[in-house]
Design a protein around this ligand. Structure first.
Ligand code: SF4
Length: 367
């Protein structure tokens, strides 16, 4: 299908089946939307046309930027390197505190200003010196066919791919998608079913399944982020339960990022997260045995640096997205004691720094 007809008709989607009552069911995420002709799923970008499921955003983006990999956040995956980042539109969760709502809730696609083929994205990554391409800004679950094609084009050119996702995805598409992915940051939004139901209209259990799958059945590098919202998911008991689950089910080496909330979308009545809350959360997680726990969205080099778990040496100094010191060997071992640091360290650190550089790849979208 060429680019113009893809945009007009939609790209034929995978992961759905017809139902006996004449509807079709999407099997991509645990919402299992059931659609009559002309209807769209909750994510708004997957729709029924001519009896089949289509992805309406294939090949279109809200824009491209070169970011530091630390911004995803990924602190143990090729630190200091630039990552070509993009998103499309729509989301399969409905988080009241969404920090990217202008993209994830872009129902009219008015933010999809660029058309770009998978090959042109991969070529742009090579040209601009990026080591990886990230599916971010909105959840790649809802544009999985486009993301997989981009990942395949990247692999052919030696570029890795990174996903930033809430992990709300069914088993079969999850297995297909993560075959193509080098690293992922999963947004673990809270640690009670009540939180997921009330504030995200999702379920915690499905996300925990994705986390366990990623850790135990793939070689994808995994980090986790929890945005701490004052009064909603930041109680010591909930943070202890979350941290203990990560330790018990994923092990001590999976990095955990506690990041600060800023009032946004439908949650403008809350205050930003105090730095003290992030510090307390970090102490709790370290107390249960997690080795790499970070604060985010604040400046604090002490809690954003990486330490050798054996001897305590600061092996990667980091201030927000900037690498400030480096004490790892080329293969990721502490220079002082030789203990391996968990992660993907196949080169000397990059020097991209904090920059965020917009990049024009495709042509202006015709809609
Ligand atoms: S991916 Fe979209 S259409 Fe499919 S089940 Fe989830 S919300 Fe519904």
């Amino acid at each position: 299908m060429d680019q113009v007809s893809t945009i007009e008709k939609g790209f034929e989607a995978r992961f759905w089946h017809p139902l006996a009552d004449g509807r079709i069911q999407c099997d991509l995420c645990p919402r299992y939307c059931k659609l009559h002709e002309g209807q769209r799923g909750l994510c708004f970008v997957r729709a029924r046309r001519d009896g089949r499921m289509v992805l309406t955003t294939y090949g279109r983006s809200s824009g491209f930027c070169i970011d530091p990999i630390e911004k995803k956040p990924l602190n143990h995956f090729m630190p200091g390197t630039p990552v070509l980042s993009f998103g499309t539109a729509g989301c399969n969760l409905n988080c009241r505190f969404c920090q990217n709502w202008d993209i994830s809730k872009a129902g009219e696609f008015d933010r999809l200003t660029e058309e770009a083929s998978p090959e042109s994205i991969a070529d742009a990554a090579v040209r601009s010196g990026c080591r990886s391409v990230a599916f971010t800004y909105n959840d790649p679950v809802v544009f999985v066919e486009y993301a997989i094609d981009v990942a395949e084009a990247c692999r052919a050119r030696g570029i890795k791919t990174v996903a930033v996702s809430a992990g709300y995805m069914c088993d079969a598409p999850r297995r297909e998608f993560y075959r193509h992915i080098g690293a992922v940051n999963i947004d673990l939004k809270g640690f009670t079913e009540a939180f997921y139901k009330r504030l995200c209209t999702g379920s915690l259990g499905a996300v925990l399944e994705t986390l366990a799958y990623l850790k135990h059945e793939t070689r994808v590098w995994l980090e986790i982020t929890t945005l701490l919202i004052p009064g909603e998911n930041d109680s010591p008991a909930e943070l202890e339960a979350l941290s203990a689950w990560v330790f018990e089910h994923l092990g001590p080496d999976v990095p955990l990022h506690f990041t600060a909330f800023h009032p946004d979308w439908k949650m403008l009545d809350r205050t930003p997260t105090p730095a003290a809350t992030l510090m307390a959360a970090r102490n709790i997680a370290r107390g249960v045995g997690l080795r790499h726990v970070y604060t985010g969205n604040i400046h604090d080099e002490a809690t954003q640096s990486t330490y050798c778990h054996a001897c305590g040496t600061r092996v990667i100094g980091r201030d927000w997205y900037e690498i400030t010191s480096w004490n790892l060997t080329r293969d990721g071992r502490c220079k002082r004691c030789g203990t391996a640091c968990a992660g993907v360290f196949d080169e000397p650190p990059g020097s991209w720094g904090q920059r965020r550089q917009p990049l024009l790849i495709g042509v202006g979208a015709s809609r």
